[in-house]
Design a protein around this ligand. Structure first.
Ligand code: 1CP
Length: 373
C-alpha cells in the first residue's frame, strides 16, 4: 500500500466502462467482451515479440508485458485487457524454483509433498512485486478508460502444480494431501493464498480496475471437498483486495472467480468473496444463474453477474454455427444481473485471430437492451 505509482486516476475513469458497469450489475453502454488468454499464441505479433525470450523471463520485462497486454486490445477492440503474466509468477518472485517449459507448462524443481516442504516455502517480499507494479502502471497509462484486469491463481490450482511438480490431469497429489495430511495442505494452501493475494494487491495498487482469481482445476474437486478444504483459502486470497475501495476503485474493484467443471459449486465460489462468477461450457448461463439464486449465501446474495461461456471448441466451427452459439450465450446470459461475454476457458493457440475479432463485433452489435442486457 502507499506505493508511489499511479493509483486511482485510471481506475476512476474506468468506472463508466462496459466491463465495470456489467460487473456491478449496472446497464453497460455496450455488452462487454474479452477472452481469457487473449494475449498469447493465437497472435502472430505475440509470437514475434516473444521470440527467444522465455515465458517467465518475459513476465518480468515491464515494457514487453505492456506491449503483449495491449496487443489483443488493439487488434480485437475487446472491453478489457488482462495483465500478461502467469499464475506461477508470484512463486518465481518469492524464490521458488519454477519454470514454464514450452509445450508443458509450469514445472517445479522441488515439488511440495510434506508439511516440512510447505513450512520451508519462502515469503514473498513486497518489494519483489515492484516489477509487476511497474508493468501494470505502464499498461494502464496507455489503456485510458479501458480497464485492466489483474489476476492470480487460486490456492487449489497453484497447489495442484506445486504438489505434482508439473501439469497433471487428475490432481491426485493435492487431493490426497488435503485428506491424508490436512496440516500440510493447510500450510501449502495458506502460503499459496498469501502470495496470490499479494500478487493481486500489487496489480490493483498500480492501476488494475478488476481482478480475476483463476481456479482452473477446481473442477477435479467435489463440492464438499471444495467447501471444506479450499473455499477458505480462496477467500483469504481475495480478502487481500476485498478492502480496496480506495479512490481508484470506488465501491471496490469487482472480483471475478473462475473455474472449469465447477457447476456444482458456483455458489461456494461466489461465497469466497467474488462479485461475479465465471462459467465454463458445461452448463448454460441461465442454469448457472438459476443455481446461484437457489443457493443464496450467508450474506443473502443469490444471483451475481456472470462471465462466459462461449465454447472455445466452436471458434473453429463454420461462422454461422459459431454466430448462432454466441447469440445463444448472450440470450442465456440475460437471466443474470450482469453478463460479461468471454470464452468458457482460454483461447486455443491454433485459433484464427480474425474469428475472435468477428466475435467481438458480433457481441457489440447485439443491443444491450435496458433491463434485458
Ligand atoms: O510460451 C508461452 O507462450 C507459454 C504459454 C503461456 C502463456 C501465454 C503460459 C504457460 N502462460 C501464459 C500466460 C497466461 N497464463 C495468462 C496471460 C494473460 C491472458 O489471458 O491473455 C494467464 C491469465 C495465465 C494464467 C494461467 N496459467 C492459468 C489460468 C488460466 C487458464 O487458462 O486456466 C493456468 C492454469 C496457468 C498455468 C499454465 N501456464 C502456461 C501453461 C501452458 C499453463 C497450463 C498448463 C497445464 O495444462 O496445466
Amino acid at each position: 500500500a502507499g506505493h508511489p505509482l499511479r493509483t486511482g486516476d485510471t481506475a476512476r475513469s474506468t468506472a463508466a466502462s462496459p466491463l465495470i458497469r456489467a460487473l456491478r450489475g449496472q446497464q453497460p453502454s455496450r455488452r462487454p467482451v474479452w477472452f481469457m488468454r487473449q494475449a498469447g499464441r493465437s497472435l502472430p505479433e505475440y509470437k514475434k515479440v516473444r521470440e527467444g525470450v522465455g515465458m517467465l523471463e518475459s513476465c518480468l520485462m515491464p515494457e514487453l508485458v505492456r506491449e503483449i497486454t495491449l496487443q489483443p486490445v488493439r487488434r480485437h477492440d475487446v472491453d478489457a485487457a488482462i495483465f500478461f503474466s502467469d499464475i506461477v509468477v508470484p512463486l518465481k518472485l518469492a524464490g521458488v524454483d519454477v519454470e514454464i517449459q514450452p509445450g508443458v507448462g509450469p514445472v517445479l524443481g522441488a515439488p511440495v509433498r510434506t508439511a516440512r516442504d510447505a513450512a520451508a516455502l519462502p515469503d514473498l517480499e513486497d518489494s519483489a512485486l515492484d516489477v509487476i507494479r511497474e508493468a501494470v502502471a505502464a499498461t494502464v497509462a496507455e489503456l485510458g478508460d479501458r480497464p485492466l484486469i489483474g489476476f492470480a491463481g487460486a490456492p487449489f490450482t497453484l497447489a495442484a502444480y506445486m504438489v505434482e511438480g508439473r501439469p497433471s490431469r487428475d490432481h491426485f497429489g493435492p487431493r490426497r494431501m488435503m485428506h491424508g495430511d490436512p496440516q500440510a495442505w493447510a500450510a501449502l494452501a495458506g502460503w499459496a493464498a498469501r502470495v496470490s493475494g499479494q500478487f493481486l494487491r500489487a496489480q490493483l495498487e498500480a492501476g488494475a480496475s478488476a481482478a480475476q482469481l483463476f481456479d482452473s482445476w477446481a473442477g477435479s474437486l467435489s463440492a464438499d471437498d471444495y467447501l471444506e478444504h479450499v473455499q477458505a483459502h480462496s477467500a483469504a486470497a481475495l480478502a487481500h483486495v476485498g478492502d480496496m475501495a480506495g479512490p481508484g476503485v470506488p465501491g471496490g474493484a469487482p472480483l471475478l472467480h473462475f473455474g472449469t467443471g465447477t457447476g456444482d459449486f458456483l455458489h461456494h465460489m461466489r461465497d469466497a468473496g467474488a462479485s461475479a462468477v465465471g462459467v465454463d461450457h458445461r452448463l448454460t448461463l441461465a442454469e448457472a444463474d438459476r443455481r446461484l439464486r437457489a443457493n443464496p449465501g450467508a450474506d443473502g446474495r443469490g444471483a451475481v453477474p456472470l462471465q462466459g461461456n462461449v465454447d472455445p471448441a466452436l471458434l473453429a466451427a463454420p461462422w454461422p454455427v459459431l454466430e448462432a452459439h454466441v447469440r445463444g450465450v448472450v440470450a442465456s446470459g440475460a437471466a443474470a444481473p450482469g453478463h460479461v461475454v468471454n470464452l468458457a476457458h482460454g483461447v486455443p493457440p491454433e485459433t484464427d485471430p480474425d474469428v475472435l475479432t468477428r466475435v467481438v463485433e458480433l457481441v457489440h452489435s447485439i443491443p444491450a437492451t435496458p433491463g434485458g442486457r
